[in-house]
Write a protein of this length. Sequence first.
Length: 300
Amino acid sequence: MRIFFTGGSGKAGKHVAPYLAEQGHQVTNADLVRLNHPDVADLRVDLTDAGETYSALAGAATMDELELEKKPAYDAVVHFAAVPAILIASDARTYATNVLSTYNVLEAATRLGVRKVVFASSETTYGICFAQGERRPQYVPVDEDHPTVPEDSYAMSKVANEVTARSFQARTGANVYGLRINNVIEPHEYAEMFPDFLDDPSLRRRNIFAYIDTRDLGQMVQRCLDVDGLGYEVFNVANADMSVALTAQEVQDRFYDGVTLNRQMGRDETFYSIAKARELLGYAPQHSWRDVLTDPRPEA
């Protein structure tokens, strides 16, 4: 596929864009910063500018395409570009940038006839990650039906983007899939960060004790590209296990006492449910912090 990938120079994108290229796709990274990867074309684009966004999506990706009789169209858009969290820019700038860029990408893509758009939403939409003080889920495991009522500007922008995406899907009939991506972890961060998480599980409360390995995030995007016909859907994206060494029962007793448990859970199963992605997309995460670190529990 010929893929227009926004935000390919960010923490997640710099792994996922090359991963897609490795799968045989032609990938263009639309970003303000170059990725400089030999298998990914770079195109500097300000996605908050509607004209720039449309021009980039309608244009050539590489010099080689000039040799073709006709410029090819993009088969898919993967939209990861965003101010990636609170406290990077002002709240107003964060919201405006994320909402306007997503609108521009969806409008340009659908007007140009792109039939598959995959966009990055966020775990923060559930209102827990960036809440003031402690906020607990209404029930666990948290699935895609859980209410999305955030208070911070970043999560608000992601909820607005989901509404926008659903509207463009209804208008055009394209396949538009949103990914509620959990805390993105690069492989080197297991050794750097996870020992602290194992020592103090409360550090992971805001992430619902979940995480997503960049390699499995790449697989998730590929599965979205492979599966057609779903219309508009949102999916939680996480690894299969928790980012702490407690059992699910221990996490429930310690952090979720009084929170409704919708079903029995596996010993190490994530509280950030990925059942929908497994069922509809065939998503099957392959990685875990346990591949790098020793589980400190004697019985593990």
